[in-house]
Design a protein around this ligand. Structure first.
Ligand code: ZN
Ligand code: ZN
Length: 153
């Protein structure tokens, strides 16, 4: 193959990148680079962490996956590239997709009030997941869970 001068930012598919992309797409949740590295390694033990890390950035840069960054935590990688929001458990770190149509309203409000043209926005709702909530409850009663159910009568 002749070498064609490629611009720096061009995405070139390689077998390793394809495998890394596949790993993110097959994942049931939102994995960190470290978790993705562990999975990729099971398929190809020769791959290095640096390669995985750089490839993830590249894939995100080219819109093939989404990189989610958190202030004090490792980035997570999301196979869903469409706009959506997340709920994040502050106890166990679980990150789950949530579709909140009202979040789009927030964007319009932000544009109106700031004069900015907003190109991207992502909302993370931080809280306690059902599993952690269950183990947190001292008496183990279900009353509060029931009271939360919204019934329109
Ligand atoms: Zn939790
Ligand atoms: Zn997601």
């Amino acid at each position: 193959m002749d070498s064609t001068p490629a611009p720096k930012r061009e995405y070139r598919q390689t077998a390793q990148r394809a495998m890394i992309l596949e790993t993110v797409q097959e994942a049931e949740g939102h994995l960190t680079a470290g978790e993705i590295f562990e999975r990729v390694r099971r398929r190809d033990a020769r791959i290095g962490y640096g390669t995985v890390y750089r490839s993830l950035h590249l894939l995100a840069e080219h819109g093939l996956i989404q990189e989610l960054t958190f202030a004090d935590e490792a980035s997570r990688y999301d196979s869903r590239c469409d706009r959506h929001d997340h709920v994040h458990c502050s106890i166990c770190g679980l990150l789950v997709d949530v579709d909140v149509p009202e979040a789009l309203m927030a964007r319009h409000v932000a544009e109106e009030r700031s004069g900015f043209s907003i190109v991207h926005h992502h909302t993370v709702f931080v809280g306690v997941c059902p599993i952690c909530r269950a183990s947190e409850q001292p008496g183990g009663r279900n009353e509060s869970a029931r009271a939360r159910g919204t019934s329109s009568s």
